[in-house]
Every structure is written in C-alpha cells, then in structure tokens.
Design a protein around this ligand. Sequence first.
Ligand code: KIV
Length: 281
Amino acid sequence: MKITDFYSYRKPGPKISMVTAYDYTLGSLVAESAADCVLVGDSAAMVMHGHASTIAATPEMMAWHTAAVARAVKDRLVTADIPFLSVRKGLGPAMETVEALARAGAQAVKIEGLDGHGDIISHIVQSDMPVMGHLGLTPQSLNRLGGYRAQGRDEASAARLAAQAQELERRGCFALVLECVPSALAGRITGLLKIPVIGIGAGPHTDGQVLVTQDLLGLYPAAPSFVKKYLDGRGLLVKALNDFDGEVKGSEFPAAKRKSDGNSERNEAVAGAPYGPAVRR
Ligand code: KIV
C-alpha cells in the first residue's frame, strides 16, 4: 500500500494491516509478507533496546532504524515515529527530525497527540511530508497518564478524542492510529472520519489494525494483554538455539560432510567463494 492508496481510501474499504519493523532482517520478512504497510515505531526503544517505555527513543535512534527498514522495504509505505518531545521544541527542531527521518527513507511520519503542536502538524503536512496521527493511549504521555490505561472511557473524554481526531483530519493527516480506546468509541471515530483509522487494542470497528511485530510473533516477553500471538516465536527460537548448543556439545555440528540441500552442516567456507550472503546461508 502506497501513500496514494491511503489518499484514495474510501470507506468501507478493505481492512488495512500495518506492522512494525526496526531492522533490515525483520523489514525483509515484512517485505515478503502481505502486510500492507510498515511502521518504524518508537516501540523500538522497548523491543529493540530494552527500555521501559518509548520515552527513551531519540531522533537518531529512529533515523537509524528507519534507514535499516527502508533498505529492505521498497514497495510499501514506510512511516516512522516522531519520538518524544521532538515536536515540542519548536518548529526548527521538529523539522530537523522530520528531515532526518525522510532522508533515512521514511515516506511519512507518525505524531502522537495534538494539543500544543497542531500548527507543527499542519506545517509538516504543508511541507509535503505526510503525517499519520495517533490518539487514545499515546505511550509518550506515560508520565502524565500514570500508566498504560485505556482512554476515552467516559463521555467527556470520548467526545474530546473524537474532536481531536476530526481536527487531525482537518489539519491534513492521511490516517489515524487509535490506541486502547473502547471499541464503541473507535467505531464512532472511524465513522466520523474520511481518512482511515487504524486501531490497536481498540476492537474491530476500525479501518485497519496495527501490531508490534515482535508481539504478534511471540518474541517480546512483555506484550500487552490484548495482543493475539500468531506464533510462539520465543519457543521456536530458543529451541533452535538449544538445538545448536546440543549439537556443538555433542560434536554433531559441524558435520564431516556437506549436505546437498544448501543448509550447510559443515560450517566451512567454500574455497574461493566470496564471504557474503551466499556463503553465510
Ligand atoms: O511505536 C509503535 O510501535 C506504535 C504502534 C504500537 C502503533 O506506535
């Protein structure tokens, strides 16, 4: 899915699937999959760097991850997160972050919240960098929210979120991520907006869904409770590591003979062959 597909999105359209990626290998897996688009989320600070929250993400960190993903994903929209405080230091620093992410390969940026930086969102949109909004549980607001709690649970805060969503659309956002709000509210906001709404922990009534790939693959040890795991990734990977460990200790690997199926059991570079992907495989 490219940015133009988002611009031409008409409801009720096909559901949009978005997944996160942070590095080349995961990006290449996503590129091979049918997932519609890729988010280089600031969740990288947690799932890639082990921080307790996304507040630790920096523009440099996001640019580094974006560049690695963009090298792998060529044919789908790559959106990168604007990290904590980057739109709160004034227009110049905000645009420097946008520029760093765009030069790293992002075709769009995602910005959490609205209050106090609506004009900066408009300026980024008018500078030809598409902006995806993000409302509801905005993880960068963790210190204010006092924890990862569902948002919009009473009518006053639901109405406020609906008004903010409409304001983001008015300011030119091409899509909106809605995180951890009641599914009825997600449906209400989805019905109010022309742009696609992509939910996470927000029930089925949105135009699409996004998940952190490490969560859906069962790799990250502390995935949120609403996440459906499509794979026991940790179990499978730990088993492979244990198989390797067992074979090394049992002197089964490397094997004396090279297998013909291309899965080298001899662990010996072929004489004269360049050291690179073909040999490493
Ligand atoms: O950082 C991230 O991965 C996100 C998604 C969970 C929406 O913002």
